[in-house]
Design a protein around this ligand. Structure first.
Ligand code: PMP
Length: 278
């Protein structure tokens, strides 16, 4: 069962208008919630970010946070999702194509669930990544449907035989195509500050909280590709990839070329966090 424009409906019954502004302009926002054992991890933080993205692009959310929360839970229940995701998006609605906001259009909500296994094997082994100039706009903190640069970047990585990209702006590392990025140097953790150049990842904040609990010094400060070359460990963080070690960058091993001790310690703490979900 999906949720589309005020109704729970089977996917086959959904008819999206060709005039939907999401389709013409990518004029919308979205969230991805992670479900473990039927429970949502960090639901409140995701709803807060959804509202922040909506405010950032001046879309009026068609439902209150409580209503959105019950849609998420109802979908998990009816679709009997144990481990998976809930995808939720709101577009500005359908109106004849014109750039300016339409005078009359109702924002349209789409939400659905999908079963998804945790990437346990890949998290044990790690992935390789390639660096790429970050050509996205300057509102990467808003989770919008405008993902073309991210899509092209991900394909670029796959074409090079890598798992993902590490974006940089003129040599300053920002994040990955659909994850935040962190490096470890001499036991200390570094990641780009949560400003307009990166998404304020929910997993990023969980990992920073866990790091502090584990007495791992945390630096939310920009670092360069040169500094990254000297990293002992590196990893991506995201709702679906969790804490994903990056063991090779541009063909060179990161540290020993295997997931390092700080990454594994954080993975273990994250695992504990999941097991304590109520
Ligand atoms: N950066 C980008 C560009 C992303 O698309 C995502 C996830 N969708 C993230 C970071 C990670 O955010 P989160 O931990 O909230 O999934």
């Amino acid at each position: 069962m999906y949720f589309f424009q005020d109704r729970y409906v089977p996917k086959e019954e959904i008819a999206v208008s060709p005039d939907d502004r999401g389709y013409y302009f990518g004029d919308g926002i979205y969230e991805v919630f992670r479900v473990y054992g039927g429970k949502v991890l960090e639901g409140k933080a995701h709803f807060q970010r959804f509202q922040r993205s909506a405010d950032g692009v001046r879309i009026q959310l068609p439902y209150s946070a409580e209503e959105l929360n019950s849609i998420v839970h109802k979908l998990i229940d009816v679709n009997q999702i144990a481990d998976g995701i809930v995808y939720m998006q709101v577009t500005r609605g359908a109106a004849p194509r014109a750039h300016a906001f339409p005078k009359q259009s109702e924002p349209i909500l789409l939400a659905y669930t999908s079963e998804m296994e945790r990437p346990l094997d890949t998290m044990r082994k790690g992935i390789s990544a390639v660096t790429l100039e970050d050509t996205r706009w300057l509102h990467c903190d808003l989770k919008t449907l405008n993902l073309l640069a991210n899509v092209i970047a991900k394909q670029h990585a796959l074409d090079q035989g890598a798992g993902d990209v590490i974006f940089h702006r003129s040599g300053t590392v920002t994040e990955s195509s659909s994850s935040n990025f962190m490096m470890v140097k001499q036991g200390e953790l570094y990641t780009h500050p949560a400003n307009n150049l990166v998404l304020h990842g929910i997993t990023r904040s969980v990992v920073l909280r866990l790091a502090k609990q584990l007495h791992i010094p945390v630096h939310e400060q920009p670092f360069t590709l040169e500094q990254l070359q000297l990293a002992d460990e590196a990893f991506l963080t995201s709702t679906t990839s969790e804490i994903m070690p990056v063991v090779q960058i541009d063909g060179r091993a990161v540290g020993d070329g295997i997931p390092g001790p700080v990454s594994r310690k954080l993975q273990a703490a994250f695992e504990q966090e999941i097991s304590e979900l109520t």
